[in-house]
Design a protein. Structure first.
Length: 574
RNA sequence: GGUCCUGUGGUGCAGUUUGGAGUGCACGCCGGCCUGUCAAGCCGGAGGUCGCGGGUUCAAAUCCCGUCAGGACCGCCA
């Protein structure tokens, strides 16, 4: 139907007769004898010059035939790749017509997202979505190539699997052949990829669709794509190299520049310096340890296990109203309070300054590297809480937009094996129960100093987004049984939950390790988007609805009956 | 489960603080004029359940309560 794409034509094509197909992008009509039409396809736009009356409206689909010619003197458009030429149209066929659109397709208008999603097929015509989907395709391709260069082979795993009780809430699918039984949709191919290792696959990867029924966020959808990988006979370092290669290739495919070696930071350092296990290292405002400074303080609010602060450069101008807002925000995050101090030429200006000795004030200023004009924010609490709240506050006050500051990948290593104790007194695994303890901490594990035990688990962070995580897996039965025992999972329970994996591990499981990272998140950051919905063709809203198809919908009674299901009436208030 | 923000012709906004006639801006749409535009220009026109419900008031887009939808975040996401 066409000989060329609109956006490909250049001065070299002058005097060629071409046939083009595309949408009417913009019209500039000068009466019956002259009309300029920008014709658009995925490659871009080209200017048509039409003599004679045609009723060509926005978004009509045309097939045109004409000659490529240079634009007359001084009318070339430098801003357009095809701006040197135009098409002298001899023949126009209207392939289809269009009603006026519900929203403009130009780049200047920020359209309501529900409207965009309801008419996603129109939104996809916009250059933003065209660009983002192309970035996505190139990232996918670069990651596949990078994994295959390293000897990984792609293996697909099933979507209908058995529900396992750990982790996130499952999406479930009722079984017709066995009413009352359900499949689960995979939260990740975790167990299958480990079985692949037992199966001698050696180096597995997959760009896998994963599903988790948890509340949605800017960086979370019900369904998302992961680069999922697992390898046998490898160490943690080997895995970090594999994955570093994949993300560097993806970044290079988009930016043209290959990132350098990804730095590593221990989990503990990340928590102490940034208050989070996914530090955004594009900016400073690090958490400063102040516990020692106030070790002997008379000020009751600072008589806490941990005192930490952050310094907001130039923040002394912050209004009292705003400071109250920030304080309220911290309370809503669970803080007991927030102490603020403005650094002025006359010393610290703060409601609590009078409770601090001169020595404390000067020690504080020194510890914070405070300069006149700064704002200091201090939280005193349990160590976990103080870190957490200041970490959130640091992001709230200092985080640059996604497009600023470049790409800062970071490996966070040496996670603890257990993140704490649940109400029953059982430790909570920080990663998953198949994570290998750190070889240097096996003694602590044997002693029962559980919270001191590190694991061979690691996260990849990019600009403060958790891209993904992985670990060296346990492949020895004895170690696995020990960990299950510590987790309070008895032999019987372990067999019923993970029996097929444990069975497999009786038959020569190789030592193995793996990783998975979110393709949507990586793509969003590389595309300069704050929200993964912008790099997903058909995403859901925060409430999990799809404005395009209306999903989720009720199903009819016959379908329910076939599946052996009955729907409860909506829970009513007491 | 919780906190905060948003909802006004087809689209994007202003108007809400301090109640007084559906008032305004830009784009789009429809019609007319126009032979070198490129966010074309000029003239004219149509288009409104101010998300929805209730309340206060002589009077509500505006104040109050509820509700729906959307968004950001906390919890949650091994």
């Amino acid at each position: 139907m066409r000989t060329d794409r609109c956006g490909d034509l250049r001065a070299d094509d002058v005097d060629r007769s071409v046939t083009l197909c595309g949408w009417v992008d913009r019209r500039r009509e000068h009466g019956e004898h002259l009309a300029f039409i920008d014709l658009r396809d995925r490659s871009g736009v080209v200017q048509l010059v039409i003599d004679g009356a045609h009723d060509l409206r926005s978004e009509y689909v045309l097939q045109v035939t004409g000659n490529v010619r240079l634009r007359p003197n001084d009318t070339a458009n430098q801003a357009l790749p095809t701006g040197a030429i135009e098409i002298d149209v001899a023949e126009v066929t209207i392939l289809s017509t269009s009603d006026p659109l519900p929203f403009p397709l130009d780049d200047r208008t920020e359209v309501d997202e529900v409207l965009r999603l309801r008419h996603r097929y129109l939104d996809l015509r916009r250059s933003r979505m065209q660009r983002n989907l192309e970035v996505r395709a190139r990232v996918n391709s670069a990651v596949r190539t990078a994994m295959e260069e390293q000897g990984f082979i792609e293996v697909e795993t099933p979507m209908l699997i058995a529900s396992t009780p750990e982790g996130a809430r499952d999406f479930v699918v009722p079984s017709r052949k066995e009413p009352g039984s359900f499949y689960a949709l995979p939260q990740s191919p975790q167990l299958f990829k480990q079985l692949c290792m037992v199966g001698g696959i050696d180096r597995y990867y997959q760009i896998a669709r994963c599903l988790r029924d948890e509340d949605l966020r800017a960086d979370r959808q019900f369904e998302f794509m992961q680069l999922d990988a697992e390898a046998s006979f490898v160490s943690q370092d080997d895995v970090l190299v594999f994955i570093s290669h994949a993300v560097a290739s993806a970044a290079e495919a988009i930016t043209g520049e290959r990132p350098g070696e990804i730095p590593r930071m221990s989990w503990l350092e990340a928590m102490e310096r940034f208050g989070t296990d996914k530090p955004d290292i594009r900016f400073g405002m690090e958490l400063v340890e102040l516990t020692e400074v106030f070790a002997g303080t008379e000020f009751r609010a600072f008589q806490a296990p941990c005192v930490k602060g952050i310094r907001v450069p130039g923040g002394a101008e912050t209004s009292r109203n705003r400071l109250d807002e920030i304080t309220d925000q911290c309370r809503s995050w669970g803080a007991k309070g927030l102490v603020w101090m403005k650094v002025t030429e006359d010393g610290l200006n703060s409601p609590v300054a009078k409770f601090l000795t001169d020595d404390e004030q000067s020690a504080l200023a020194a510890a914070m590297d405070a300069e006149v004009g700064d704002l200091i924010l201090i939280v005193a609490d349990e160590r976990r809480a103080a870190r957490h709240i200041l970490g959130l506050l640091r992001i709230e006050l200092g985080r640059p937009p996604v497009t600023e500051g470049g790409l800062h990948f970071l490996w966070v290593v040496d996670f603890p094996l257990f993140e704490g104790m649940d109400d029953a007194g059982n430790p909570i695994p920080a990663h998953h129960p198949f994570t290998m303890p750190h070889p240097d901490d096996m003694d602590a594990l044997d002693r029962g100093d559980l919270l001191d035990v590190r694991s061979q688990a690691y996260d990849l962070v990019l600009n403060g987004w958790e891209l993904g995580s992985g670990s060296v897996r346990i492949h020895q039965r004895e170690v696995q049984e020990q960990v299950f025992g510590i987790l309070g999972i008895g032999a019987e329970e372990a067999q019923s939950k993970f029996g097929f994996l444990l069975d497999a591990f009786r038959y020569g499981p190789p030592p193995h390790a793996g990783f998975a990272f979110g393709m949507d998140r990586l793509t969003a950051i590389l595309a300069g988007e704050e929200n993964i919905r912008e790099v997903i063709a058909y995403p859901k809203t925060q409430s999990g609805a799809d404005p395009l198809t209306g999903a989720p919908t009720a199903i009819d009674d016959r379908q329910l009956e076939e599946l052996g299901l009955r729907v409860l009436p909506p829970a009513s208030q007491a």
